[in-house]
Design a binder for this molecule. Sequence first.
Ligand code: SUG
Length: 448
Amino acid sequence: MKSYEVNFDGLVGPTHNYGGLSYGNVASQSNSQQSSNPKEAALQGLAKMKALMDMGFQQGVLAPQERPDVAALRRLGFSGTDAQVIERAAKEAMPLLVASCSASSMWVANAATVSPSADTADGRVHFTAANLNCKYHRSIEHPTTSRVLGAMFANQQHFAHHAALPAVAQFGDEGAANHTRFCREYGEAGVEFFVFGRSAFDNRFPAPQKYPARQTLEASQAVARLHGLRDEGVVYAQQNPDVIDQGVFHNDVIAVGNGEVLFYHEDAFLETDKMLAELQGKLAKVGGNFQSVCVPRSAVTVDDAVRSYLFNSQLLSRPDGSMLLIVPQECQANERVWAYLQSLTSSGGLIREVKVFDLKQSMQNGGGPACLRLRVALNETELAAVNPGVIMTAPLYGSLTAWVEKHYRDRLSETDLTDPQLLLECRTALDELTQILKLGAVYPFQIN
Ligand code: SUG
């Protein structure tokens, strides 16, 4: 049976703004308070989805969330009408209003961890929504994420959904941003690679000194258990704490894998040789031939990687078995990174082509091409069981573009977030979106 890697991209929400909310994420911190352009952000994301679809890849779309999250503000003690809640939060606790307005659900690599059916004990595709509890503005995403994923992958015969892990730092879980899967074919059993930043219960693992390590070993292990993965099909590795302290807040900022290939920076991991040997050995047991491409620090520094998002690229398999790398334009702007990419594609290796995309609006908050997509490996039968409303087609691209043009502002600054009209605009837009994507009622304003 045919199988595919389907990329579900997060649609940027109407409140996309630069709130400076993510300590440890260099771009988020350095662009704090700049005004944003939500319309441009959404159109840039849609252009990437359309381009991948046109290249013949399976592409889907994941809906944004209701923001400002008035219900979250109510849980923090703000009361009255929705407009009064916003007004009071603006007056008394602006940082909380900013957090409740974040469009951060666009980075759907953090929405969930997904295990394909070929890896799981019950033969279903498993999803665990990420609790994202390192940052308040992200910790409020998972209830709606679960509802949206449930509406997209609604068939219980093929899809199993798990609630987010307990909402404490010891089970900090950032979803697929710290998870990669290696396999020969997407429909065959593979090796799931979980990368953690620290251990919550075992102090033998070093932790970063400056910035938080968002993913714990214990969270990764819990996800592997929930999904029914075999020990032989799992490898755990620790991210190098020094690179977290240099702004590598997720592993997908310093490594990306696809098929049998891991593309990574020399400084990405601890105990790299042991990890590579384990990946090689376990993949061989399921018939795969593990390959790695290490980018040396002499060619690209960690700082170059963080600024250019070289590794936050999408590594895609083409029908002839070669691979294509989708990179943000910041890679082209960095001389060393661009020179490295030229040498990589001309070296005769598996990665033959690089395609550049303008994702500046998202990049300025630390979200590159890979952050914007959630990969779901599906066989033909499972793909047919996905809600067809969320699969990208030329007409859907047309409808979503028109929808963005109609509802989105082209400028948003911090003071605009205090405008209660923004909530109404967002709800009107999302109500229409759930009809376009055939999701049913998934947002708090639709179900309460
Ligand atoms: O969690 N930025 C996101 C970026 C997530 C990128 N995702 C992956 N690497 N997979 C984060 O730090 C910034 C929001 C702000 O500052 O307004 C933010 O949440």
